[in-house]
Design a protein around this ligand. Structure first.
Ligand SMILES: NC(=O)c1ccc[n+]([C@@H]2O[C@H](COP(=O)([O-])OP(=O)(O)OC[C@H]3O[C@@H](n4cnc5c(N)ncnc54)[C@H](OP(=O)(O)O)[C@@H]3O)[C@@H](O)[C@H]2O)c1
Length: 284
């Protein structure tokens, strides 16, 4: 398994990162969550995904504390702006606040969290300005379907978008029909969120499937490690599982050393096939 992928400007982005939604919200879990993020970084999951929305800044604060002990250049920090803050009036302040909470001079990637009412061309122009000022290295979007992407790319400098972060896992493969091929063609990376299916109930039908169990057993891994490996098969896809316990972090990091065979993929395809027609983008 490759550890990194290349963005269109030549920057390397880790294939496997760490999500942080709901982190930093409960003071009692703070130490444990910081320890988990730090262990993940030590094990190679150096991309951290957060957002101004997560706990209204508390996730970014927690990340800022966790990364203090690491050289900045060893990390790949991603944050997201609320759609209602993505216009010229608010976006620069939003970014400034995110940088302050993360205690960092720049973001590696800044994403529009989902599409709102601010014209795309306005957000793009601001993103490009922030890039020129060195406050962000790259920008992208999240929860954009094929039509949104086409519209984005038709805007001036829209082709500078380097990432689309969308929901993707073994049980939700709608993007493979049209969005993923389009992103590949345009050299835009896909960042898979909820790669573990978000929660126990949502993922149960996948982890308890006999084929998933058999393939996982063959590799001596857990069904969730198999789910995570599946999202990393394509070179242009990276994944950001969230784990706040050390054991989960360690299990997730192990998938960096795993490669699924053609036969594994065929079996998984039979059990959880990708749709053969366009379907609405799955979101959380
Ligand atoms: N752009 C967007 O709109 C959007 C939407 C959703 C999510 N995201 C991003 O994507 C990240 C990941 O998505 P997610 O947090 O919703 O779901 P997820 O990563 O699919 O699943 C997280 C859940 O899986 C558990 N887990 C993690 N590793 C495990 C392991 N090895 N074995 C068993 N359980 C394990 C975690 O438990 P513990 O925490 O107890 O370890 C947590 O309950 C988010 O944190 C966020 O950064 C973005």
């Amino acid at each position: 398994m490759k550890k990194n992928m290349k963005l269109k400007d030549g920057t390397y982005m880790p294939k496997l990162g760490q999500g942080t939604w709901y982190m930093g919200e409960d003071p009692k879990l703070r130490e444990k969550e910081i320890e988990a993020l730090q262990e993940g970084i030590l094990l190679g999951m150096t991309l951290i995904d957060t957002a101004e929305m997560y706990g209204e800044g508390r996730s970014e604060k927690l990340v800022g504390e966790a990364i203090k002990i690491f050289p900045r250049e060893d990390l790949f920090l991603v944050s997201k702006v609320y759609p209602h803050n993505a216009g010229r009036k608010n976006i620069f302040t939003s970014l400034k606040r995110s940088l302050e909470r993360l205690d960092t001079p720049y973001l590696d990637l800044y994403l529009l969290h989902w599409r709102g009412s601010v014209p795309l061309s306005e957000t793009i122009a601001c993103m490009e300005e922030m890039k020129k000022e060195g406050l962000i290295k790259n920008w992208g979007v999240s929860n954009f379907d094929l039509e949104d992407m086409k519209e984005l790319l038709s805007c001036p400098s829209g082709d500078q978008c380097s990432v689309n972060q969308v929901l993707y896992h073994l049980g939700s493969r709608g993007i493979e029909y049209d969005l993923l091929p389009y992103l590949k063609e345009e050299n835009i990376a896909l960042m898979a969120y909820c790669p573990l299916g978000h929660d126990k109930n949502k993922r149960r039908r996948i982890t308890e499937h006999p084929v998933v169990r058999e393939v996982a057993e063959k590799h001596s891994i857990t069904p969730l490690q198999l789910m995570l490996s599946f999202t990393l098969v394509e070179d242009c896809v990276c994944a950001i599982p969230k784990a706040s316990s050390l054991s989960h972090v360690k299990e997730n990091a192990e998938t960096l050393h795993l490669t699924l065979t053609e036969e594994d993929l065929l079996r998984l395809n039979e059990a959880f096939s990708a749709p053969r027609k366009s379907v609405p983008l799955d979101m959380l």
